[in-house]
Design a protein around this ligand. Structure first.
Ligand SMILES: O=C[C@H](O)[C@H](O)COP(=O)(O)O
Ligand SMILES: C=C(OP(=O)(O)O)C(=O)O
Length: 352
């Protein structure tokens, strides 16, 4: 008689990948990369806490699918970052993991060859090398932490982290943030609920103990001390945008009632631009004007930008170099212009 398998009947493959420790040994963080990451973390922490009056600017592609184009963008952004360093702390979005509403390409870690071959081992290697190479340019990177299993491979090279709108309520993600070594923004949910992000910050700021992995990839009982630099990112939602002064004031009041620092980062994209990438320009100009007028509570902004404006569909023919295959992005020229606007806003606030 054949006994049916009761546990693995729906798993068709289970291929080994290198452990986090193996990958870190293979692609070590250089001194230059480590120093970029460390300085950016301190700066982001100081800005979010109000100890540094610069604006945190997290900008870059919605997702990275072509490491060469990402390096090209990084070289240009590193130059802009140096130009504005007295007024802005610029961090590049280097997003490798995409949380999909239903289905779609899940990012470079999951499918680096963009063809459904899901070569995760190569995705991890490519991702780690890219984070190291960008940090070596003196530019820090930001990433969304989506799969807790991947954080051990990359977190040492990341300057700023985000928890996305689709996982802000997840205890697993809040626990992970409580042990991450960088400032992490937690987004409001896709339906616009901000309280879920405030609750996420409360949870992430606390110590936890949970089932996780150690650097060798073994399951372990992990204990954390809490992340004091966790904060809210306002990204708008299906009910409308929330980048306006009233929404910021409401969020800041919620943070105050929870005993948390009363500062937020505002994402100009997603629900705040109704997924129209060009609206990010209006959102960022509006925020810059308010920063210039001295509005409290805005620690930083996030925007989606790449070399070429707009987006393209994967699988629809040869890809345009430097254009997003997930959400539409601002192009490079608009990005430079908006960095100038944000930088001038900080100068104006100081002068006032
Ligand atoms: O930022 C990227 C997307 O908004 C997010 O991954 C969801 O994408 P989807 O709705 O196209 O799946
Ligand atoms: C997925 C993202 O955003 P959100 O979680 O706000 O949809 C993102 O910033 O890439």
């Amino acid at each position: 008689m054949i006994t049916p398998l009761l546990d693995h009947s729906r798993i068709v493959s289970c291929d080994p990948v290198p452990t986090p420790a193996d990958l870190r040994l293979n692609v070590p963080a250089s001194d230059a990369a480590r120093s970029t990451v460390g300085r950016a973390r301190t700066a982001a922490s100081d800005i979010v806490a109000g100890r540094d009056d610069r604006l945190l600017v997290v900008v870059g592609p919605c997702s990275v699918h072509d490491p060469r184009a990402a390096m090209d963008y990084a070289a240009r952004l590193a130059e802009q970052s140096r130009r504005h360093r007295d007024r802005l702390q610029v961090v590049m979005r280097v997003y490798f993991e995409k949380p999909r509403t239903t289905l779609g390409w899940k990012g470079l870690l999951n499918d680096p060859h963009l063809d459904g071959s899901h070569d995760i081992a190569t995705g991890l290697l490519t991702g780690r090398m890219l984070l190291r190479d960008i940090a070596q340019l003196g530019l820090a990177t930001a990433g969304e932490f989506l799969d807790p299993a991947s954080s051990e491979y990359l977190a040492d090279l990341v300057g700023y982290g985000a928890i996305g709108a689709r996982t802000a309520a997840s205890q697993v993600h809040r626990q992970m943030v409580s042990g991450l070594p960088m400032p992490v923004g937690i987004k409001n949910s896709t339906d616009g609920d901000v309280q879920v992000a405030v609750d996420g910050v409360v949870s992430a700021a606390s110590a936890h103990r949970f089932l996780g992995t150690d650097p060798s990839g073994r399951l372990a009982s992990v204990g954390t001390i809490g992340n004091p630099d966790a904060h809210v990112i306002l990204r708008g939602g299906s009910t409308g945008p929330n980048y306006d002064a009233a929404s910021v004031a409401d969020t800041v009041a919620r943070l105050g009632r929870a005993g948390l620092p009363q500062r937020v980062v505002i994402d100009a994209s997603h629900g705040n631009s109704a997924k129209n990438h060009l609206r990010q320009r209006d959102v960022l100009r509006n925020i810059a004007a308010r920063v210039a007028m001295g509005e409290d509570g805005i620690a930083g902004v996030m925007a989606e930008s790449f070399l070429v404006e707009g987006r393209q569909d994967l699988g629809a023919g040869p890809l345009t170099y430097g254009q997003s295959i997930t959400d539409a992005c601002l192009g490079w020229d608009s990005t430079v212009e908006l960095l100038d606007v944000l930088s001038s806003a900080v100068s104006a606030r100081r002068a006032a």
